[in-house]
Design a protein around this ligand. Sequence first.
Ligand code: DAH
Length: 344
Amino acid sequence: MKAQLENIYNLATSDIEQANTIADIEEIRLKYLSRKGEFNSIKKGLKDLSDEEKRTVGALANQITNDLESLLKDKYDKFYQKELNEKLQKDRIDITLSGKYIPEGKVHPLTSTTNEIISIFQGLGFSVVSPELSPEVETEYYNFDMLNVPKDHPARDVQDTFYVKNMPNVVLRSQTSGDQIHIMENQKPPIKVIAPGRVYRNENINARKNNFFHQIEGLYVDKNITFGDLKGVLNEFIRLYFGSARPTRFRSSFFPFTEPSAEVDVQCIMCQGKGCRTCSGTGWLEVLGCGMVDVNVLKGVGIDPDVYTGFAFGMGVERLAMLKYAIDDIRLFFNNDKRFLEQF
Ligand code: DAH
């Protein structure tokens, strides 16, 4: 058995001698030293030897195993360094090359303005309408009839409103106010919601007008809602959106679906009220329309005007963004010119 052990030892050392890679070393370790390796199968014969022999042969076996282990380890360490160096050399990167420029995405200014307005109204207790109550393709019934707009009102004219071809009474909505009707048909008071969305008008496109733009509609219906509540909410909105120092005024106006109606102006941000081109010399900029929900509108959706009152408002998102960021052409929002979009 001693001879057998020495024979294996010699074979193993010559294998180790010839090994060239870490993989070779692993293979040799498996071949000789693993549980199923050559040494173990010889060592199994130990149990048939006398006690005396067991001791000497056992000691030799251990000695040989230890020697082989340490030979393997030396070689392994050597190859490890060598292979590591080779790998480092091969994978070396040229850090003097300039990197790839990955342009940063931006939120579109209309999206961020909409989000900002939404979050201000959420802070004032309004929730956002669910999209199915805010369709862009609408019927005249919601866009006009239920909003108390007379059948012969010029706003219905094809000059202003896009009618859908071959679909009688179907329009691209010209205002988000129709959402008021959808909301009140679907929910009992108290109602306190805003409805942001895109609207369409058949305009001649210029620096101030596009044939689609965005509005945010607001509606608050409950018991004892007064014009004072309307003023409080809208003044607070303007304060938060434009900053605290900006004076506002409520100007009497007319909308078919509100009575009384008003338009809200803020002091011109360009000239601080002195009068300039932006404000046409008036010192004021109109920012939204509003009013107390007309009794006819409440009746139309089955809300008793003797029990409930409410106010509504509507504002143009482009206009509010233009005023805040001093943008002088509405078309800039829709051209996708990166030089413009990158500034936000
Ligand atoms: N729908 C109006 C427009 O497009 C804006 C408006 C005015 C909305 C008064 C309202 C309101 O809710 O009360 O010009």
